[in-house]
Design a protein around this ligand. Structure first.
Ligand SMILES: [Zn+2]
Length: 294
């Protein structure tokens, strides 16, 4: 088993992958379709997305399992196939990555708000456990719990994933800039509040994904580094702030624009850098080229 943490601790800046959802849509995924079901029905297309990022010189790729918790899959009546669909997601990325690249099993939020008490913590934990174990069985090197906004759910996910797999755990939150100019998640969590909570739950690598382009992420990494200088930080940034154009969401930053900011992001303290919404293999290629120079 390769250690992502050991690789980062050598002082290398690692390149992660870019968006999956939009890449699958390009290959025919329709609105309202379950992306994770494609691990079974459209294996070649999912594999092409994974290979696209390996070919773009990423050091690691994620898996097509962001919505793979049983409670998310229940929207499609697929909750009983959680283990199968997650294992397949991991196997597809593992095959595309070979043994010289890392595979991180993607785990997104369940969509359940724990504070509201609609579902018990035990049920949510059990769901994360099923997902984490299946991803491990499919061959991932580490798990990436991402797009989180609530501390209780994220910590539950970290503990469940770590206890049931023993794998290294990455956990990233999604922050938005408030009108006061502060960064907060949808549930009101600041980067400074996130750091100690995730570390205590057992996260090995922390960070932020989505919601912001590199400009916002540079600020967020700065806030993390103010209180923590040693925990590795992973950033998956959008291709800029989304704009509405003719009723469609567009991400304005080109690969060159993103690449021009990557040095500043490294300087702020990021260790692993990749893309989120709106990024493509071309964005990752441009980032990798710039990062390899440093
Ligand atoms: Zn995103």
């Amino acid at each position: 088993m390769k250690s992502l943490l050991a690789e980062v601790k050598k002082g290398k800046i690692l390149v992660s992958d870019g968006a999956w959802g939009t890449q699958l849509q390009k290959r025919g995924l329709q609105p309202g379709e379950c992306p994770e079901l494609w691990n079974s029905t459209h294996r070649a297309e999912v594999s092409a997305v994974a290979k696209g990022y390996i070919d773009a010189d990423a050091d690691m790729i994620l898996t097509n399992s962001f919505g793979g918790s049983p409670s998310k899959l229940a929207h499609y009546g697929l909750q009983d196939r959680a283990a199968e669909l997650n294992e397949k997601a991991a196997a597809i990325s593992r095959e595309a990555a070979g043994n010289n690249h890392f595979v991180l099993g993607s785990m997104g939020p369940t969509g359940v708000i724990l504070m509201m008490g609609e579902v018990s913590e035990t049920t949510v934990s059990e769901g994360f456990r099923i997902q984490a174990q299946a991803l491990k069985k499919g061959g991932v090197d580490a798990l990436c719990i991402e797009t989180m906004s609530a501390l209780d759910e994220a910590c539950l996910a970290i503990r469940a994933a770590k206890e049931s797999t023993g794998l290294e755990i990455v956990c990233t939150f999604t922050f938005e800039k408030t009108v006061q100019g502060e960064y907060r998640t949808m549930m009101g969590v600041s980067p400074a509040e996130m750091v100690p909570a995730l570390k205590e739950a057992g996260a090995d690598i922390i960070g932020a994904n989505c919601g912001n382009g590199f400009d916002g992420m540079i600020d967020i990494v700065g806030e993390i580094r103010k209180i923590d200088q040693s925990t590795p930080v992973l950033i998956h940034a959008n291709a800029g702030k989304p704009l509405m154009k003719e009723g469609k969401t567009v991400f304005p930053e080109t690969p060159e624009m993103m690449a021009s900011k990557v040095k500043k992001l490294i300087k702020s303290g990021a260790n692993i850098i990749g893309g989120c919404c709106g990024t493509t293999p071309e964005h990752i290629r441009a980032l990798a080229k710039e990062i390899r120079k440093t």
